[in-house]
Design a protein around this ligand. Structure first.
Ligand code: GDD
Length: 425
């Protein structure tokens, strides 16, 4: 059997996702009607003999309570649990090390690890099939990207001969190298052999712990805050970033060296969610594979508003029959789109009111915001630019006929005159 882990990170992360993460943490941000993390969780349905899914993060448990793990459990037919790392986070591999006993329950042969902030068609089955052919300890999903994108990711150099099968042994792994090493990058989706990978991680944790003055057991079991106070009392000197965080890249670099690391090339879609604007890309990609949910939305709107392309509309949202929606639009619970409004390439979050004849294009409209009549919220199609997509955070009011262009508006602001290429604090 197999166990799957979602890496959900924690509150010191997700700062790039402001101002949306001020209201809701990134893993819970709705993409096409589901919390971000739900998409990889549902993808785990493809894994044969799945034993359990464990979400590991350092968000306090009560902040994660809106995450319906019971619902996920019912959908997957296996236990789904959230476990919290101590403050600060142990690093992505440190978290696996910390919860080793839980993850080894049921004696899985394979461990899947999925970063929750990527969007993919998750070829988990192909990865498992490939993993079983090579006998190495780990398989990464990799993707060829342009040089600019490559710089922000783990660079993977794959053995030439293996390319015919779409996969091969990894000769070299370098995490976000300063210079371009390879256009093939780590997608943040992995399969490991169990239990051997835990031995590798344990050994690396021990080495890293020694370097900063802690034993592997301390690294694994003692809350980070406690290690920090020990460190203040003279131990742990030489640690650059406090008690050792063990990242997945440390594990990959070591496995590549010992010829235990393999990579399979993704033929499907893949993106990483960084700044809020890129959630429009996620939305477009997930909407493109959501067939039946979208057909339902269309059926419900029959005879109503004009709908173009892929559109998700929550059952409790109201769209006036004279509005025009799509393509690439997600309208969340309780939102109201009034007569004559035009909404295209947008995410409209819960309880937003779009008043008559307003037009919203390439934008994200935050929870409870009001877009006045004949107002225009617009952005550029450069979803990765800092000021590309227009973003209204929670509870923003845009006055009648006001134009907001490629701007970011922080929560609770009232916008009475036009803004362009601005961050309104
Ligand atoms: N539980 C837990 N604990 N999760 C963590 C921690 C931690 O201490 N630190 C990060 N994460 C989660 C993040 O939420 C994210 O889902 C994933 O682990 C990876 O985050 P980072 O370690 O910040 O790495 P990154 O996103 O900058 O880059 C990694 O992923 C890229 C693909 O998405 C690297 O592995 C890159 O090489 C890779 O290209």
């Amino acid at each position: 059997g197999s166990t799957a882990v979602m890496m959900v990170g924690g509150p010191t992360k997700g700062t790039r996702f402001r101002p949306l993460s001020l209201t809701l943490m990134k893993p819970l941000f709705p993409i096409a009607g589901k919390p971000l993390v739900m998409h990889p969780v549902l993808a785990c349905q493809k894994i044969p003999d799945l034993l359990q899914v464990v979400l590991i993060g350092f968000y306090p448990e009560d902040e994660m309570k809106t995450l319906d793990t019971a619902l996920m459990s019912r959908e997957l037919g296996v236990p789904v649990t959230y476990v919290q790392e101590e403050s600060g986070g142990l690093g992505s591999a440190g978290g696996l090390h910390r919860f080793r006993d839980l993850l080894l329950q049921g004696n899985p042969d394979f461990l899947f690890v999925l970063n929750c902030d990527v969007c993919s068609d998750y070829p988990l089955n192909d990865m498992l099939a490939f993993h079983k052919t090579h006998g190495g300890q780990a398989t990464l999903l990799v993707k060829r990207v342009d040089s600019q994108t490559a710089r922000g990711h783990g660079a993977v150099v794959v053995e030439e001969g293996g390319k015919a099968t779409g996969g091969g042994r990894v000769l070299h792994y370098a995490e976000k190298p300063g210079t371009l090493v390879s256009n093939t990058v780590n997608c943040g989706i992995y399969v490991f052999s169990c239990p051997s990978v835990f031995d590798t991680i344990g050994r690396l944790a021990e080495q890293k712990g020694k370097a900063v003055g802690f034993s592997a057991a301390e690294q694994a079991l003692v809350p980070t805050s406690m290690l920090e106070s020990l460190s203040a009392r003279g131990r742990g000197k030489g640690a650059e970033d406090g008690p050792a965080r063990l990242g997945m890249p440390d594990v990959f670099a070591s496995l590549a060296e010992s010829k235990q690391l393999y990579a399979l090339e993704s033929k499907g879609f893949w993106e990483q969610l960084k700044q809020p604007g890129s959630s429009l890309k996620f939305s477009r990609l997930y909407l493109s594979v959501m067939g039946s949910d979208l057909a339902l939305a269309r059926a419900r709107l029959k005879g109503g508003p004009e709908v173009v392309g892929n559109v998700y509309i929550h059952p409790t949202a109201e769209v006036h029959p004279t509005a025009k929606i799509g393509p690439n639009v997600a309208i969340e619970a309780g939102a109201v789109i009034s007569q004559g409004a035009r909404v295209k390439d947008c995410i409209v979050l819960n309880d937003v009111q779009v008043l008559p004849h307003a037009c919203i294009v390439n934008s994200i409209v935050g929870w409870g915001s009001v877009v006045g009549p004949w107002a225009r919220i617009q952005g550029s199609e450069d979803y990765d630019a800092q000021l590309g997509v227009s973003i209204l955070a929670e509870d923003v009011v845009v006055g009648p006929q006001v134009v907001v262009s490629s701007s970011v508006i922080l929560p609770h602001k009232e916008i009475k005159s036009n803004v362009s290429n601005e961050i309104v604090l």
